[in-house]
Design a protein around this ligand. Structure first.
Ligand code: C2E
Ligand code: MG
Ligand code: MG
Length: 645
């Protein structure tokens, strides 16, 4: 036979026809002559004898292959859809706009938190929408319904069974999109994006809030200050700038978690003591700001500052330890018209620094004099930057002599600024600002290079006069924060072939205290290179002899303030005597700074102090004058006791 019918269908056909005379829409697959397989549908009647014997079947056959293939494709796609729907995190919805009914997938229903209650009306979605999101969702949906667009995507909050709202994202597509005709169906998905939203919120929070204390940060503070200045009318706006006194010590002495806890407790005290409408912010480290809005007079701000300071002074318990602090507060006020938020904040900060310099634990109101001071400082900072470019710095050299025979033992390099208008500016007038702004790093590097080069030249030209001398160069704390300090020093020495053994670096105790960790490593490397270290201005800083012990210095320089009073005040004499003998016990030699009289020289000599520098011997001198002196010494042979310039 040329036409082949699926045998199982044929058997079924015959079986069915035994109990019936007619069969309608019986479908089976057959193979045609050309080998192709098609679906047919038969309507059949059995023609039988009176005795019931089947003579033949008659009827119609229809090719239904098209329909069957379409059905098959639909079945496959439905299966695929079901698989996808179950597999995906999102729920599906399918809105038939003709019937008004919505199909919600099981996952969609789950996303509402109450799957058993969900029917098939669009209301299910609508009633759960966060009220303020309705307008947005409606707008997107209408665009689709009116045929203006065929797809939409929208984020909204959906109420859960427990009353909370979760962020969802729905995207959908309209079917039968045609600008003239409304669509008949809109379908799409919905996913829970709460986790993503939360992460976004945290990012946002991090940009505006301080993570440690959860207080607003500086950016948010400035923003609120700006707004408040804009709408203040006649009311006064005040900024309190608060800085804890001695907080640094806690961080240095204990684990950082202790400092963190202290800051958290301080933060909540500040919040408690500020008004509900005021903004308390943490700027950085131990710096806080309070924005007082709508106060009526200056005394309101002073009262708050007092309250806040008292609250900070209450003991703070962390673990088993009780700490106590105080705060310095600067206060600035809005004046009519002129100032910006940045100005107000800066003024409060300036006043805070004034409070610190007046002895801490107090508040200071910003005034005009301070404003002028700030302006001068700004001017100085600008000039200082220019001075670096214009090479306006000079190194002066002050001889250091042996007290026993007053022979030259070395020089201290002391920087000077040749200001085009102001003339020679002493370092005390610009070094502190240079340190604050970091400009000291560049200045310090230049001093190192210039003085090493200069002294190398002198060593070549006047080998006799410079035999065995040292060059002492001051280093500031900021320079220790540079990772390439050691390379800078090496570079400076390489320029003129300066011997490491002739270099001494002067550092103060506070540098050692404040950079204890980083300094130790750098100092060890410097020592390794054969460079010596001096502790400068000893007696003016922490004067912690136990600390001193840890640092590999060979020389101790007693500060001028002790030397100048050594004759009149017995305590100063006693201190110098103790320091000299302590230094000797620790294997260090001692240089006395600022010797101006012969009687000071005599006393220091008796106490066993080895070296000294001061106006009695020579002031810091420009290179040309030192050179003249060296030439004379060289000429006379050995270094002479007579340095008289
Ligand atoms: P310092 O390192 O303690 O320098 C000694 C200061 O005492 C110098 O002040 C010097 O001129 C002054 N002096 C010396 N003998 C006498 C004296 O007999 N009587 C009086 N009244 N003063 C005397 P100078 O040059 O004004 O420097 C001040 C400070 O500036 C220095 O104190 C040092 O800390 C800093 N400094 C100077 N140059 C540099 C530098 O290149 N880098 C860094 N980081 N600091 C520097
Ligand atoms: Mg010095
Ligand atoms: Mg000194």
């Amino acid at each position: 036979q040329q036409i082949y019918v699926d045998p199982s269908r044929r058997d079924l056909f015959l079986e069915l026809m035994e109990s019936t005379d007619t069969l309608t829409e019986f479908e089976s697959q057959i193979r045609r002559k050309d080998g192709s397989i098609i679906w047919i549908s038969e309507n059949v009647r059995a023609v039988r004898t009176l005795q019931g014997k089947t003579l033949y079947f008659e009827g119609t056959v229809e090719d239904v292959t098209k329909r069957r293939t379409a059905e098959e494709a639909l079945r496959v796609s439905e299966e695929r859809f079901a698989l996808a729907a179950n597999g995906m995190n999102g729920g599906l919805w399918d809105w038939d706009l003709r019937t008004g009914k919505v199909y919600y997938s099981p996952r969609w229903k789950e996303l509402t938190g109450e799957p058993q209650c969900i029917g098939d009306s669009p209301e299910e979605w609508w009633v759960r929408l966060f009220p303020r999101d309705r307008e947005l969702v409606d707008r997107e949906l209408q665009a689709c319904l009116q045929g203006r667009t065929d797809r939409f995507e929208v984020e909204f909050r959906l109420r859960q069974a427990d009353g909370n709202f979760h962020w969802m994202q729905a995207s959908g597509m309209a079917q039968g999109h045609d600008p003239d005709k409304p669509p008949v169906r809109i379908a799409g998905s919905m996913v829970d994006i709460s986790a993503r939203k939360q992460a976004e919120d945290q990012l946002h929070q991090g940009a505006l809030y301080d993570t440690l204390t959860t207080l607003p940060n500086r950016a948010l503070f400035v923003d609120r200050l700006r707004r408040s200045l804009r709408r203040r009318g006649n009311r006064l706006v005040a900024v309190l700038f608060l800085d804890l006194d001695r907080f640094k010590l806690v961080n240095e002495s204990y684990d950082h978690s202790v400092g963190d806890e202290v800051l958290r407790q301080i933060a909540s005290r500040l919040e408690r003591n500020a008004g509900v409408r005021d903004t308390v912010a943490r700027f950085s480290g131990d710096e806080f700001g309070i924005l007082l809005e709508g106060i009526t007079d200056v005394n309101d701000a002073i009262r708050t500052a007092d309250q806040v300071r008292r609250s900070v002074e209450e003991p703070i318990t962390v673990g088993e330890r009780v700490h106590s602090f105080s705060a310095s507060v600067g206060i600035s006020f809005s004046k009519v018209g002129t100032e910006s938020s940045e100005d107000l904040l800066r003024d409060a900060e300036t006043a805070m620094y004034r409070a610190k310099s007046l002895g801490k634990a107090q508040h200071v109101l910003f005034d005009q004099a301070m404003h002028e001071y700030t302006l001068r400082r700004l001017q100085l900072e600008n000039d200082l930057r220019l001075a670096i470019d214009r090479k306006e710095f000079r190194v002066y050299y002050q001889p250091i002599v042996s007290l026993s025979d007053q022979k030259l033992r070395g020089f201290e390099a002391l920087v000077r600024w040749m200001h085009p208008e102001r003339g020679l500016v002493p370092p005390t007038a610009f070094i502190p600002l240079a340190e604050e702004t970091g400009l000291i790093c560049e200045i310090g590097r230049w001093v190192l290079e210039d003085s090493c080069l200069q002294v190398s030249r002198w060593m070549e030209l006047y080998p006799e006069a410079t035999g065995g001398i040292h060059l002492s160069v001051n280093l500031s704390g900021r320079q220790f924060a540079q990772s390439d300090l050691v390379e800078q020093i090496q570079g400076a020495m390489r320029l003129g072939g300066f011997p490491a053994s002739a270099l001494k670096l002067e550092i103060t105790e506070s540098i050692l205290m404040e950079n204890a960790d980083s300094a130790a490593g750098i100092l060890a490397q410097i020592r390794e290179m054969g460079i010596r270290l001096s502790i400068d201005d000893f007696g003016t800083g922490y004067s912690s002899l136990s600390y001193l012990h840890q640092f590999p210095a060979q020389t101790l320089k007693i500060d001028r303030s002790f030397v100048s009073k050594i004759e009149e005040e017995t305590t100063q004499f006693a201190i110098v005597r103790a320091v000299v003998s302590l230094a000797h016990v620790m294997g260090m030699d001692v240089v006395a700074e600022g010797i101006e009289t012969t009687s000071q020289l005599d006393v220091l000599g008796q106490l066993g102090c080895e070296y000294g520098q001061g106006y009695l011997f020579a002031k810091p001198l420009p290179a040309a004058e030192i050179e003249a002196m060296l030439a004379r010494l060289e000429h006379e042979g050995a270094p002479s006791p007579d340095l008289g310039a």
